[in-house]
Design a protein around this ligand. Structure first.
Ligand code: NAP
Length: 248
């Protein structure tokens, strides 16, 4: 059964990893998909073709989610192309890890801007078209690290905890207009982001997971699909953990 027929989604940062998994699954369920990338142009073009092959509309946009004006322009451009937007997935994110003792101001600011400000930028830009439709689902990708913290990731944890507060506030503000806002908190998902981690840290993460494996982009995409679809129409302001039971 296709869950998103005649729906249009925007996914930020879909050129790699979890974003790619989300964009492909939404398309498989019949959604037209606009998505963004920052530097991985070849992968973005490949994804555009792969989505197209599923029989839905697809377009890759080079757009920096951390840039307020660029986000406004993106929504204007995608509306001109797709006509409407039903689903926003704020997935774009970066890490710049280091212990507080060594963390620079630049490292802190860059992560807050890319991970948290981007969610504000895109939600703000999408608000008006969704209000017009009196319908929408915003899904923000946070992290278990935003709930429990993580040594060496104070900047990242702060950005992801910020996303949770933002999500709950937007859910309160826009619920009466039938616009839902939820967050998905992945645990340890095996992508290029986690491939950069030290092997010892990776082993510790795996050992701490009750399901004894890292997650896949598809594991996260399934949760996003649920929150994007009509299966979750009475769910808003929630944080759905996709972490193999890491946080119980
Ligand atoms: P990834 O493999 O590093 O991919 C990140 C994606 O975000 C890339 O497509 C990148 O685009 C894009 N991106 C980065 N900054 C951007 C910006 N300013 N504007 C637009 N796009 C931008 O990361 P991932 O593991 O898939 O993570 C995706 C999301 O899940 C992130 O928010 C991350 O924090 C969250 N998450 C991941 C894990 C995990 O274990 N992997 C766990 C919890 C949460 P380009 O390649 O084109 O530059």
């Amino acid at each position: 059964m296709k869950l998103l027929e005649n729906q249009t989604a925007i996914v930020t940062g879909a050129s790699r990893g979890i974003g790619t998994g989300i964009a492909l699954l939404l398309a498989e369920h019949g959604a037209n998909v606009a998505f963004t990338y920052l530097s991985s142009e070849t992968k973005a073009k490949e994804l555009e073709a792969a989505i197209h092959a599923k029989g839905v509309k697809a377009k890759a946009y080079h757009s920096d989610a951390s840039d307020y004006k660029a986000s406004e322009q993106l929504v204007t451009d995608m509306l001109a192309e797709f006509g409407k937007v039903d689903i926003l997935v704020n997935n774009a994110g970066i890490t710049k890890d280091g212990l507080l003792m060594r963390m620079s101001e630049e490292q802190f600011d860059a992560v807050i801007k890319a991970n948290l400000k981007s969610v504000f930028n895109m939600s703000k830009a999408i608000q008006r078209p969704m209000l017009k439709e009196r319908k929408g689902s915003i899904i923000n990708i946070t992290s278990v690290v935003g709930i429990r913290g993580n040594a060496g990731q104070a900047n990242y944890a702060a950005s992801k905890a910020g996303i949770i507060g933002f999500t709950k506030s937007v859910a309160l503000e826009l619920g009466s207009r039938n616009i839902r806002c939820n967050a998905v908190a992945p645990g340890f998902i095996e992508t290029e982001m986690t491939a950069a981690l030290d092997e010892k840290v990776v082993a510790q993460w795996r050992e701490s997971i009750p399901l004894k494996r890292g997650g896949t982009p598809e594991d996260v995409a399934n949760a996003v699909l649920f929150l994007a679809s009509g299966l979750s129409t009475y769910i808003t302001g929630q944080v759905l953990q996709v972490c193999g039971g890491m946080l119980t």
